[in-house]
Design a protein around this ligand. Structure first.
Ligand SMILES: *Cc1c(COP(=O)(O)O)cnc(C)c1O
Length: 463
């Protein structure tokens, strides 16, 4: 008992020490990957040892290969940190080791999901009666939502896709922006719809869908064919949000299923200042959104919502009354809404994050990241660089050189120096630095220090 207490205490101390150092240490250690592998590559033991020995070995092996993605100056991809209540809740989820399969295997895990689902629906502005599944990421959320769409659209054509599969089924068309996220295409591959089912719609200069083009693309689709329209809240480069109200109205004229990929951008709905960007989003049929990006819940965490719970459930659940010994209609089964059966109690971390932040805390998190993104844009413009996107949310694209290779060299130099981390992207044929401000820890000083690092690297590598 005492030994276990000591081990948990010393493990917590490792976490606390690491998280306290995040603001001051370089974002990357610079240790070559081969050396990190070598640190782990200890000979497999013949005999067991005390757990504390294995944990100490892990801490030592991992440290040189840890990236401060949880810290305040990681601006690559769209990576949130984790608010402390959510991080601790996730430790508890491991300690309690609950099986979030159904309310019998863990009433607590099921109840936390159910209530966190209510909180999320309100904050994200999805339909109040929507079903919710807790998944690993927006990739999973998009896949599940499109599986529900596949079910509902083919059912309208008298086709039971869960039973008969897709051979000889009516062909589903997916109408999506040229600026859709790549995960949409992978979801379509996994669902057997194939990427060739996509008809692309043009996007405007900031990456939002061109509603006039959507109208003409839909008008050219065969009347009565099963149609999905994929919209996006938060383009991964620019942060642009599609005009939900106008696009959904057009889609409705064609009886299309509307899915919204809102991996990070759907959080715009949680702040009065940004809510207008996704106005009308509640009228969609399904929504995907990440917890591990802008809500700052530890990896991995995301949500799928569906305005048609029966379609959602039909696409995902299996009947397993023999496993539960319980009336299936009685309570919400967490596993009915996702592809996993045995699964981690992911709802605890989201519930705890929302208990910690409350409505105003979430709105403030969104507003602060947006304000800091604008500070990046203003500071870099003042330093003579050109910002290439409308900074509507937390994303900034900046040109440091007309030469793509130089731009990549600037990004590498910034990454090596370690003050901050950001990547390069290609936007409208141009190589640019890409900044995503998604962490609750980021301060004005972090942004100013990062602007200085970008300016330094651009001076030495950019010309
Ligand atoms: C990040 C992102 C995804 C994928 O999310 P994961 O959590 O990495 O699976 C999908 N769509 C958009 C718009 C994203 O930004």
């Amino acid at each position: 008992m005492d030994e276990r207490r000591d081990l948990l205490g010393s493990t917590a101390a490792i976490i606390a020490e690491y998280r306290s150092s995040l603001a001051d240490e370089p974002v990357v250690t610079g240790v070559p990957y081969e050396d990190v592998v070598a640190g782990f590559d200890l000979p497999l033991r013949d005999e067991p040892v005390a757990p504390s020995v294995a944990v100490a070995e892990l801490a030592e092996a991992a440290r040189p290969g840890l990236v401060a993605t949880a810290g305040p100056r990681f601006f690559g991809f769209v990576v949130g940190g984790s608010v402390d209540a959510a991080m601790c809740a996730d430790q508890l989820a491991s300690g309690w080791d609950q099986v979030a399969f159904n309310p019998v295997t863990s009433p607590a895990a099921a109840a936390a999901e159910q209530v966190a689902g209510d909180y999320l629906r309100e904050l994200l502005g999805v339909a109040p009666g929507a079903s919710v599944g807790f998944v690993t990421g927006a990739q999973g959320a998009n896949t599940i939502a499109l599986a529900a769409a596949r079910h509902a659209l083919l059912q309208r054509h008298g086709w039971d896709v869960e039973r008969h599969g897709l051979s000889n089924a009516p062909r589903i068309r997916v109408v999506a922006s040229e600026e859709r996220h790549v995960t949409i295409d992978r979801s379509l591959r996994l669902l057997g719809l194939g990427t060739s089912c996509v008809t692309e719609v043009a996007a405007d200069r900031n990456g939002a869908i061109d509603v006039d083009d959507l109208r003409s693309v839909l008008s050219a689709c065969p009347a009565g064919a099963p149609l999905v329209v994929c919209l996006q809240a938060g383009n991964v480069n620019t942060g642009a949000c599609d005009d939900m109200r106008a696009a959904i109205a057009v889609a409705r004229q064609h009886d299309a299923w509307v899915h919204v990929d809102g991996a990070f951008g759907l959080w715009a709905a949680a702040s009065p200042r940004t809510r207008a960007l996704v106005a009308g989003v509640e009228a969609a049929d399904s929504w995907g959104c990440d917890g591990h990006k802008w809500l700052n819940v530890p990896f991995d965490s995301a949500y799928v919502f569906c305005a048609h719970p029966a379609a959602h459930r039909a696409a995902m659940s299996f009947t397993a009354a023999y496993l539960t010994g319980q009336d299936e209609s009685a309570a919400r089964n967490p596993s009915d809404w996702v592809p996993e059966s045995s699964r981690r109690a992911r709802g605890f971390a989201t519930w705890a994050a929302l208990r910690q932040l409350g409505r105003t805390g979430v709105a403030e998190l969104v507003d602060r990241c947006c304000a800091l993104a604008r500070r990046f844009a203003d500071g870099l413009t003042a330093a003579g660089m050109e910002v290439r996107n409308d900074v509507v949310l937390n994303q900034v694209l900046v040109s440091v050189s007309p030469d793509a290779r130089r731009t990549d060299r600037v990004a590498s130099a910034i990454q090596r120096e370690g003050v901050c981390w950001l990547g390069a992207t290609t936007w409208r044929g141009e190589r640019l630095l890409r900044i995503s401000v998604s962490n609750h820890l980021t301060t004005v000083d972090d942004v100013d220090a990062s602007i200085a690092a970008i300016v330094r690297a651009a001076r030495t590598e950019g010309s």
